[in-house]
Design a protein around this ligand. Structure first.
Ligand SMILES: *[C@@H]1O[C@H](CO)[C@@H](O)[C@H](O)[C@H]1NC(C)=O
Ligand SMILES: *[C@@H]1O[C@H](CO)[C@@H](O)[C@H](O)[C@H]1NC(C)=O
Ligand SMILES: *[C@@H]1O[C@H](CO)[C@@H](O)[C@H](O)[C@H]1NC(C)=O
Ligand SMILES: *[C@@H]1O[C@H](CO)[C@@H](O)[C@H](O)[C@H]1NC(C)=O
Ligand SMILES: *[C@@H]1O[C@H](CO)[C@@H](O)[C@H](O)[C@H]1NC(C)=O
Length: 363
């Protein structure tokens, strides 16, 4: 069964469920007030509360007071400043409780940086954006740069089913958050935590392109709008075009109630307004940025591997482990053996490319 496996919702896991639940979501969406007030909120001083007693339900924020908001904003700025590399670039991932337990996705994510080629130092520039207090507590115990992003009245600490209103709120909360990061002048590499980093992706990004995104399926042409993007991995430069684009993306959710950001991106990617904004978009090749849907077959090239096309958290964790294991074995090969193109992934095992190749298609 599908659990709260993918806090990003961009792994292509939910297509089937989505078909069933869209009518419900539509109903929810039209019966709820359109405007939902969000707030960027850092937690109280973590040392002030014993982690063993963190509330499982994050208290709803009832009153928004400007001074307080400014305080939170300052905290975000501090985290970004501390984590940024040269040219104000940061790496961001999001984390919820379901992915934060020991041995789960976040541990594998960090392990991949440590086993990758020249990726360990990139951890200094990674901000883990946690979506609930449990994930935040775990982040503090394993990583330097943690930020908690709460959504008013929504508890993300428990498993959230795809069909809940809370799930969608969180997806969209994230898009809005990324816009704020851009407005603060930071370029970012956003990466889902179920993406293993084996090499530094930065040399593969074009500096003359605003928005670069990985794909479930890559057509072979990085400017072909027919590519099937996967929002789990993207490099976005901070400028007026990308800020406008994120605003447009966020507001488009109202035109497509019940859909998450990934789907809406596919709906709007050919919208004339995109041309008007002047943003240029490029799709990253699966040769370097692969996944279960379409692996980076050549170990000499791979930068990242995403556990997309995968249903269920246990399967995901299983296959991520196998990927790291395969990568370790590759790295331990003698230099001559590494030059040969005769090494291949043992994934998918519990994830299934065939299932999702069809079922995760997003039009
Ligand atoms: C992307 O757009 C910017 C601004 O219009 C432009 O300077 C840049 O050359 C464009 N890049 C490509 C690859 O067209
Ligand atoms: C790649 O796609 C773009 C946009 O669809 C198109 O203009 C271009 O001709 C394509 N290039 C190749 C080599 O097919
Ligand atoms: C956006 O455009 C304005 C005016 O055109 C400029 O002053 C500002 O620096 C730009 N902001 C960014 C983030 O590029
Ligand atoms: C993975 O699949 C194997 C074989 O079907 C099964 O025995 C195992 O329990 C699965 N593991 C997980 C974590 O789902
Ligand atoms: C897609 O999902 C359906 C169930 O809705 C399943 O019967 C089918 O086998 C799946 N497709 C593939 C290619 O596995």
């Amino acid at each position: 069964m599908v659990t709260a496996a993918d806090p990003s919702g961009e792994g292509g896991d939910f297509f089937e469920l989505r078909r069933l639940v869209n009518p419900i979501l539509l109903l929810i969406a039209v019966t709820l007030p359109c405007a939902i007030l969000y707030q960027v909120l850092s937690p109280v001083d973590p040392t002030a509360s014993s982690l063993g007693f963190l509330p499982t339900v994050v208290p709803a924020v009832n009153s928004i007071d400007l001074a307080h908001l400014e305080g939170e904003d300052a905290r975000l700025e501090r985290v970004l400043r501390e984590a940024a590399m040269e040219h104000k670039t940061i790496i961001l991932t999001t984390l919820n409780a379901a992915w934060s337990s020991p041995g789960s996705v976040i541990d594998l994510y960090i392990e991949s940086f440590r086993t990758g080629e020249g990726t360990r130092r990139l951890l200094d520039h990674l901000v883990i954006v946690t979506l609930d207090m449990k994930a935040y507590a775990r982040c503090l115990s394993i990583h330097t740069h943690c930020f908690v992003l709460l959504t008013e009245g929504v508890d993300f600490s428990e498993q959230k089913d795809f069909l809940t209103d809370g799930y969608l709120k969180m997806m969209w909360r994230r898009i809005d958050f990324l816009r704020v990061v851009l407005e603060k002048g930071y370029n970012f590499i956003f990466s889902d935590a179920d993406i293993m980093w084996f090499r530094n992706p930065l040399p593969h990004f074009r500096q003359d392109v605003d928005f670069q995104i990985a794909c479930d399926h890559f057509t072979g042409n990085s400017s072909d709008i027919g590519n099937r993007p996967n929002g789990g991995f993207k490099y976005v430069k901070s400028n007026n075009r990308t800020i406008e684009f994120y605003k447009f993306w966020y507001y488009s959710r109202e035109m497509y109630p019940g859909y998450h950001d990934q789907d809406v991106l596919n709906f709007i990617k050919q919208d004339p307004f995109i041309t008007e904004i002047g943003i240029n978009i490029s799709f990253l090749s699966t040769d370097y940025f692969g996944g279960i849907c379409e692996p980076s077959r050549d170990f000499r090239k791979v930068c990242t591997m995403h556990a997309n096309c995968c249903i269920g958290l246990p399967s995901k964790v299983n296959d991520l482990r196998v990927m790291i294991d395969d990568w370790r074995k590759y790295r331990s090969l003698a230099p001559e053996a590494k030059q040969l193109d005769d090494y291949s992934w043992r994934v998918p095992q519990n994830c299934s490319a065939s299932f999702s190749r069809k079922n995760s298609t997003r039009e």
